[in-house]
Each structure stands twice: as C-alpha cells, then as structure tokens.
Design a protein around this ligand. Structure first.
Ligand SMILES: NC(=O)C1=CN([C@@H]2O[C@H](COP(=O)(O)OP(=O)(O)OC[C@H]3O[C@@H](n4cnc5c(N)ncnc54)[C@H](O)[C@@H]3O)[C@@H](O)[C@H]2O)C=CC1
Ligand SMILES: O=C(O)C(=O)COP(=O)(O)O
Length: 415
C-alpha cells in the first residue's frame, strides 16, 4: 500500500448533513478510520470549529463553504459535495487554496425527474387542493379543472442531465416537450428547442426549471417572465430557490393567472429540522411544497455516498482529480511503487522547468509527468525513479518555487 504525505489514521474526514452510511463504509474499507459524522448542517461559527483540523470535508446542499470557512480549515486538501449542485461552495476560493471539489453529477438525476413528473400529474388533476379538502372531511368529486397531461406542452428550462431525463419520461406519457438552454443541445425524442425563454414561457402548459444557480440564473424568473406564462399554466422549481422571485410567484397564484405550482427549493431554507419553514406560498391550496427532497431517495443517497467517497479516496491515495468541478482534471495510471509528487501552483510562467530542476539537480529520473492547467492554477504530478532519502529536501525546494500553493507526496519518507 502507498505511503501518503500523512499516515491514513491522521487524515481526518468531517462529514455533515447526514451523508449516507455508504460513504463511511467506503472510507473505512480504504483504510480511513478518522471520520467525524454530523447529522445536520452547522452555522458558520460551529462549522469553522468542526472543520478546523479536517483534511477532507463532505457536505450536501445546505452547508455554506464560504472563503472564510475554507480558510479556517487550514489543513483542508479536498471537499466532497454529496449532491449535484456546488453553488454552496466558493469554488474559486477553494481552487486558489489548492482544494479540489468533487460532486456526484448523475446519482440523483432520475430521482428529481421522477418527482417532477409525478407533480405535473398531481397539478393537472388538482390533487393538492382535493387532498386538502378530503383531509378536512370534504368530497370534491368533479372533473372541473382536471386534465390529462397527454397532449399538453411541458417547457423545460435547462436541458442538462435532469432536464433531458424529464424530457424522455414526459414524452412517454404523450406530452409535447419544448426546452430552452443557453447551450445548443441535442433534443431527445421529439422534443424541440425554443429560441428564447419568452417563447418557452408563452407556449408551455407546465414550465419546469432545471438550471444551476449561477449569476445569470439568479432571479431569472421574476414578475415579467411569470407574466409571459399562459393563463392557467403551472410552474415547477426543483432547481434552486434563488432562481424564482417567490413573492412575484405568490402574486401570480393569488390572482389566478397561474393555476398552481410545485416548489422544492426556496430562497431561504431552514437550516435544520427544528427551524420553522417560512414562505409566502404556505397555505396556498394549489401549491405543492416539498422540503428540498428532489434528490432524497434511498437509491440516490446510497449511490452518491459511494461515488463521492470513491473520488475522495482516489485523490487522497493517488492524486487523481478526475471529476473535480473546480480544478484541472488529471487522470493518473494506478500508482505502483516509486515516489510520486503532486504540485499545485498558480499558473505563472516557468514553474514546470523549476520543478524538473529540483529532481535533475539530485540525479532523480522522472518516469512520468502529468500536467493540467487552467487560466489560474496548474496541477502537476511527477513520478520519480530511484531512492528518495529522507531529508533530501525535495519537498522543501518544491515548496520554495514561486507560485506554489500546495505539495503532497506518495511512497517516500519526508523527502
Ligand atoms: N431539488 C433537488 O434536490 C435537486 C436539485 N438539483 C439542482 O438541479 C440543477 C440542475 O442539475 P443537472 O440537470 O444535473 O445540471 P446540468 O449541469 O446537467 O444541466 C443544467 C443545464 O442548464 C443549462 N443552463 C445554465 N444556465 C442557463 C441559463 N441561464 N438559461 C438556460 N439554461 C441554462 C446548462 O447549459 C445545462 O444544460 C443543479 O444545478 C441543482 O441546483 C439537482 C439535484 C437535486
Ligand atoms: O444534488 C443537489 O444539488 C441537491 O439539491 C440535493 O441536495 P441535498 O443533497 O438533498 O441537500
């Protein structure tokens, strides 16, 4: 087994937000026993305390890894987002600190698409209101306001992994699918692209949002965009709460312009199960409110637990950054024997030749070198032949190179 910069029992994992047990099991199977597990998310101060001596932090969508928190975690080498969205993490700050962030881009895709499809049918049949009435002892047995979804138009905003899954299963029910994306996308089945968001909003019976939280998508759906929607149409949001102006949505529901909505994500979400959920949509009988559970199925959480833990172990054990969302991706062959050095640096001229010089000055032969850069940082992995004696000063000299952010090494004593 490879020796790491730090022995495995000294590498501390802190997992928050009820990350699935599969993650802990996978880490243990790979020799990582020093794991702190927290059930919920933590506020900024408690979070800083919890991550202060962590080497790896695992979170879901509620934990805010701001620059401040990342800087407080002085030993941090990697972050695992056990979900799809990574907007809760300051990805740029993490990169500049030499910290790759890994997520699970597909493991809960299907769960979100299934929930949205079910909600489309529930909304079309007026189930939120009828369910409420029945619970109160009423009996609203009528076809008024109820329709099939067959033949209706579903407009999907953001035609990525979730949007395309939804497209396929909605067509299987006979829906007509249209989509809007800022990137050219291959339409699934008979789906058709719209030239603009306006065109999509004006022509859809159901509009479902599946864009990430970015500066462009924040407040993407305001009073103006809602105003483009057909009389009696429905809005679904299982993407991120900041995308929709929730007060404007409440107004359009109150006036009866929109017939209903299904909302899973909110501008402000309770940090824990003890907190009260506040929203202008509460009490509206034509609205399905769910507590950010689009991806919360047994299957999705189990798969995410294993998938992200695997990426973290790969990075810790051999330096691979494949699947990192904020970092140059270096795919590495399985590492057997020999010393391996990992060097993360600001992307300034001359670093590679200085790295090579550190080895050549000591007569050490480089047998493999893997390099990826983006505009801001570079990540180089160097495999070296020959004996690296403790105290040779390799690490010291690598760290002295201007622009160095972080170094790690495998299979040699403090070099
Ligand atoms: N409710 C929940 O529990 C869950 C919510 N999500 C949310 O769903 C989002 C989407 O997930 P995926 O489909 O996996 O992401 P994805 O990255 O595969 O797809 C997003 C699509 O949106 C498009 N897009 C980006 N900006 C846009 C804009 N301004 N206008 C139109 N299109 C735009 C992209 O080009 C891409 O095709 C995630 O970022 C996350 O925030 C994801 C999983 C669970
Ligand atoms: O995967 C995502 O982006 C989600 O929004 C799911 O978040 P969660 O893991 O349920 O907190």
């Amino acid at each position: 087994m490879s020796k790491l910069s730090l022995p495995k029992d000294k590498i501390k994992f802190v997992l928050l937000e009820n990350v699935h047990d599969n993650a802990v099991a996978y880490l243990r199977q790979h020799g990582y026993e020093n794991i702190d597990v927290h059930k919920g998310a933590l506020d900024a101060d408690a979070l800083k305390d919890a991550v202060r001596d962590a080497h790896v932090v695992g979170i879901r969508s509620r934990t805010k890894l701001t620059e401040d928190v990342l800087k407080a975690a002085e030993k941090l080498v990697a972050v695992g987002a056990f979900c799809i969205g990574t907007n809760q993490i300051n990805l740029g700050a993490a990169k500049h600190l030499g910290v790759p962030v890994f997520n699970a881009p597909y493991s809960n895709t299907r769960s979100v698409a299934e929930l949205v499809l079910a909600e489309i049918i529930m909304l079309a049949r007026g189930i939120p209101r009828r369910n409420w009435i029945s619970h109160e002892g009423g009996w609203d047995k009528s076809a008024k306001g109820s329709t099939e979804v067959r033949g209706k138009t579903l407009g999907i905003v953001g035609y990525g992994h979730i949007g395309t899954q939804l497209s396929v299963i909605a067509e299987a029910l006979g829906m007509k699918v249209r989509f809007f994306d800022i990137v050219d996308k291959l339409p699934m089945g008979n789906a058709a692209a719209c030239m603009s968001l306006k065109e999509l909003m004006e022509t859809s019976d159901f509009v479902s949002l599946h864009v990430p939280d970015t500066p462009q998508t924040r407040n993407m759906i305001t009073d103006t965009e809602l105003g483009w929607m057909k009389q009696g149409a429905f809005l679904l949001n299982a993407a991120r709460g900041q995308i929709v102006d929730i007060d404007a949505l409440a107004d359009h529901l109150r006036t009866g312009h929109l017939a209903g909505a299904a909302i899973d994500v909110f501008p402000v979400e309770p940090a824990s199960v003890e907190d009260v959920f506040e929203s202008p949509l509460r009490g509206m009988k034509n609205v399905i409110l769910t507590p950010h559970i689009g991806g919360s199925t047994q299957e999705a959480q189990a798969n995410i637990g294993t998938e992200v833990a695997e990426k973290l172990v790969k990075y810790s054990d051999n330096g691979s950054t494949v699947g990192a969302v904020n970092f140059p991706e270096v795919m590495l062959p399985v590492h057997v024997g020999g010393a391996r050095f990992m060097h993360i640096h600001r992307n300034v001229p001359g670093v590679i030749s200085k790295i090579n010089d550190v080895f050549s000055r000591r007569g050490l032969n480089i047998v493999g070198q893997y390099l990826r850069t983006d505009e801001e940082v570079g990540y180089v992995v160097v495999d070296v032949d020959g004996i690296i004696e403790p105290g040779m000063g390799v690490r010291r000299d690598l760290e002295a190179i201007e622009g160095t952010i972080r170094t790690r090494f495998l299979n040699c004593e403090e070099p």
